[in-house]
Design a protein around this ligand. Structure first.
Ligand SMILES: Cc1cc2nc3c(=O)[nH]c(=O)nc-3n(C[C@H](O)[C@H](O)[C@H](O)COP(=O)(O)OP(=O)(O)OC[C@H]3O[C@@H](n4cnc5c(N)ncnc54)[C@H](O)[C@@H]3O)c2cc1C
Length: 288
């Protein structure tokens, strides 16, 4: 096996240089990359490219509220830090608090969860619901891309060879109703078999905003703008008659290969429950 160089940059500039000059692969918490490169007991993982351990770069850490009310989460922020932060929107906190077990949450980062682009990754699902953007940095500057566009498919992103994920920015929202569920095999350390977020704004009997996102339901997180538009700007009283067509449109959006029938049925049940809360004008807040 050819020797692979490993680096531990001390500043972001140094990391960007290594990325550009050597194509060094960022290693944040290592919980995905080390597993993917594993070779067997007693053998060190094989990544195949120079690796740079970026876990100490303070430029990529922290959670900040921006002047416009958006929340910026540094790429190296761990799932545990996200779960505990009260300025992080509820859907994202819920997803972070259900990721793996405590030990994993203490090292798994948001940048790694996005960079890995697994359809079963927990954080992209609520982030895409909230129209989050990913901030990418290189020596040429920064660019911001909608996360929904940045993740292009299973394990496929629009990360350029000289770029590093710097942060994720979530725009402000004020939802009347919010919903989040992750279905896994067991409580801890369970990779998602299915997850769903939904949110709605209802004002004076009119649904002003409605959105939903499904995780582990296709090569990437599914959001169906077509299905959402069937509910948006409709009076609450019209929703019961729209529900069957809405559920059918949602079912079409889900990849049939990723989801057996019983999981599609579970998704339909969760969406129905959320819509029921709107129709019944339940107490605003979290829908159980
Ligand atoms: C036992 C176990 C249980 C797990 N359970 C869950 C779970 O319940 N839910 C879940 O979502 N995931 C789970 N995972 C997967 C993993 O922990 C997460 O995806 C985690 O968020 C990855 O973060 P990391 O910092 O460890 O990424 P790393 O392994 O360091 O990196 C992952 C990928 O992202 C790239 N990357 C990392 N940071 C950057 C950056 N700043 N810029 C550009 N590219 C970057 C890396 O190059 C690599 O390609 C589990 C893993 C294990 C081993």
């Amino acid at each position: 096996m050819a020797a692979v160089r490993n680096y531990v940059p001390e500043t972001l500039d140094e990391a960007l240089l290594l990325r550009k000059a050597e194509g060094a692969v960022p290693l944040a918490g290592g919980t995905d990359i080390m597993v993917q490169g594993k070779r067997g007991i007693g053998l060190s993982p094989e990544i195949g490219k120079p690796v740079m351990v970026i876990s100490s770069l303070k430029e990529l850490k922290g959670i900040t509220m921006l002047p416009d009310g958006s929340v910026e989460i540094g790429a190296l922020t761990t799932a545990a830090e996200i779960a505990e932060s009260l300025i992080v929107p509820w859907h994202v906190r819920m997803a972070a608090s259900g990721m793996g077990a405590v030990a994993l949450r203490n090292i798994a980062t948001i940048g790694g969860n996005i960079g890995n682009a697994s359809p079963k990754g927990d954080l992209p699902q609520p982030l895409i619901l909230l129209d989050a953007e990913v901030v990418l940095i290189s020596f040429d500057g920064e660019r911001r891309v909608l996360l929904d566009a940045f993740i292009q498919g299973s394990k496929k992103t629009d990360l350029h060879d000289d770029e590093i994920i710097k942060s994720v920015v979530i725009p402000p929202h004020d939802f009347t109703y919010s919903y989040y569920r992750k279905i896994g095999m067991r409580k801890a350390n369970a990779i998602s078999k299915l997850s769903l977020s939904a949110a709605a704004v209802v004002k004076d009997g009119l649904v002003v905003d409605f959105r939903a996102s499904s995780g582990a339901a296709g090569p990437k997180v599914i959001r169906s703008r077509e299905a959402e538009s069937m509910i948006i700007r409709r009076p609450v009283e019209d929703i019961p008659e729209i529900v069957p067509d809405f559920l059918e449109a949602w079912d079409h959006a889900i990849s049939p290969h990723a989801m057996p029938k019983y999981r599609r049925n579970s998704t339909a049940r969760m969406l129905t429950r959320f819509l029921e809360a709107i129709v019944n004008e339940e107490e605003p807040g979290i829908v159980e």
